[in-house]
Design a protein around this ligand. Structure first.
Ligand code: AMP
Ligand code: GLY
Length: 434
């Protein structure tokens, strides 16, 4: 168990990490923050901070050891592809994040598909990986259906190309696939699925999984789900912890896929400790797995953390020590999150300065992301700036809270105003019923 005051290393400096820091602070943790930018909100909670590239794992390791932290938690995916977690574990520091081997479920998409196939995990997708340009060319030129081209490694949400969305002919898709074989040595090709996407996150201690509310992420830069893919412009959750267009059966099937994936990892000698974040698609033939990530989602992690009722520090110790409860409580409320981003985000961002008035409403939260400065005045970077979360009984009511809170943010910025509106939901529900 944890001691009265526990020192926690938190790596990351985005909106997701601000939400984690907020909950850790409420849970009584002393935060030691390793950050790429001087996030003013995390800084106010931190006992000490290290400003360094988040992949400079040896500097972060020294910072953790010097400060004698009792627990470590990693926010961003690129850190999971470094030896940080394994090195912390070697030094006796418990971590609530996966080892490099277990994180391959996210950091190596070919490993993920092969592992799930080998262990007969349901929800699979027709897929092929190639390291030979000749074999890749032969297969794609005779496949005859729409396909998706995926780099094997991390892409920051921007490297996956879908036929019909990002390229229109098999020849264009093939060119991209061959570019990846040259660059990375291999490429993953998948059948193109059609349906409604959703996210399910679960804490895992290697054996026990505890589910969080379902969420939906809006990756496209512009309203009406158009424009380039981004790291995520916003996300929603509903008060029953399902979604208006995703029912309990689909949620249970998705949870079963995560559970079986964690068993497969354990059998291969890589028990997964941390947050498993599954991206799924509900298709005409049931729930299919798009991806499993090895961390909280950004933004969906922020939605669920905003309504987490249990003590996050206790949960993370449970994850690290193998004593996680299989039930974690979340408020029965809907949440809508929208990111404030620089004008041109997704293509040619033009970051400026924002000023922020203090929040008055308890059921609205503001989290700081890739910004520097103070709580009342921030310098944007080229990435996402501020996450505004509304919490209410229904998704449209939560969206209205975001609308009113956005009047507290001054300066030149862009925000997708359609996320969580009744009009957007009506379109999705109509498709779901057909
Ligand atoms: P990822 O970077 O793997 O999360 O993929 C980015 C987006 O590409 C996903 O959110 C999906 O919208 C889309 N995508 C990935 N794999 C597939 C697939 N097999 N079929 C259709 N869309 C996909
Ligand atoms: N929601 C997208 C991501 O966290 O990768």
């Amino acid at each position: 168990m944890r001691s009265l005051s526990s020192k926690v290393l938190l790596v990351g400096s985005g909106g997701r990490e601000d939400a984690i820091a907020t909950k850790l602070q409420e849970s009584g943790a002393e935060i030691y923050a390793a950050m790429a930018n001087k996030n003013p909100s995390i800084l106010r909670y931190a006992r000490a901070s290290l400003i360094a590239r988040e992949t400079d794992w040896d500097k972060i390791l020294d910072f953790a050891i010097l400060n004698k932290v009792d627990l470590a938690f990693i926010g961003p995916d690129p850190v999971l592809a470094t030896p940080l977690v394994d090195s912390l574990n070697d030094k006796g520091v418990p971590t609530a994040s996966p080892s490099m081997g277990a994180a391959r479920i996210e950091t190596d998409k070919i490993f993920m598909r092969n592992l799930l196939q080998k262990h007969g995990v349901p929800g699979g997708v027709l897929n092929k990986s190639f390291s030979s340009e000749k074999e890749c060319t032969e297969w794609i030129s005779t496949y005859g259906k729409d396909f998706v081209v995926k780099p094997k490694g991390l892409t920051g949400g921007k490297g996956v190309k879908v036929m019909g969305d990002h390229f229109s002919s098999w020849q264009e898709g093939l060119n991209y696939a061959l570019e990846l074989v040259k660059r990375d040595g291999s490429v993953l090709i998948e059948e193109r699925l059609a349906g409604e996407e959703f996210s399910l996150q679960a804490f895992s201690d290697g054996t026990t999984l505890a589910a969080m509310p379902l969420a939906q992420d809006y990756k496209r830069a512009y309203e009406g789900d158009s424009g380039p893919n981004t790291g995520g412009m916003g996300s929603i959750t509903d008060s029953d912890h399902l979604l208006p267009f995703i029912n309990k059966k689909a949620r249970d099937d998705a949870f079963d896929i995560l559970r079986q994936a964690s068993i497969a990892l354990r059998k291969e000698g890589y028990p997964f400790k941390g947050v498993m974040y599954g991206q799924f698609m509900l298709t005409a033939s049931g729930v299919r797995l798009i991806e499993i990530n090895a961390r909280f989602a950004d933004p969906e992690g922020i939605n669920v953390l905003s309504i987490l009722q249990d003590n996050l520090l206790d949960i993370l110790f449970g994850v690290a020590n193998g004593t996680l409860s299989n039930r974690i409580d979340f408020l029965k409320k809907a949440t809508v999150l929208r990111y404030v981003v620089p004008i041109g985000y997704g293509s040619q961002p033009r970051p400026g300065r924002l000023s922020l008035d203090p929040l008055q409403d308890e059921s609205t939260k503001i989290y700081y992301a890739a910004v520097n400065g103070s709580l009342s005045s921030v310098e944007m970077t080229s990435s996402r700036s501020i996450a505004i979360v509304g919490i209410a009984d229904s998704i449209p009511d939560a969206a209205r809270k975001v609308d009113s809170a956005s009047s507290l943010v001054h300066g030149e910025y862009y925000m997708r105003r359609d996320i969580g509106t009744a009009e957007m939901l009506a379109g999705k529900i109509a498709r779901f019923k057909n």
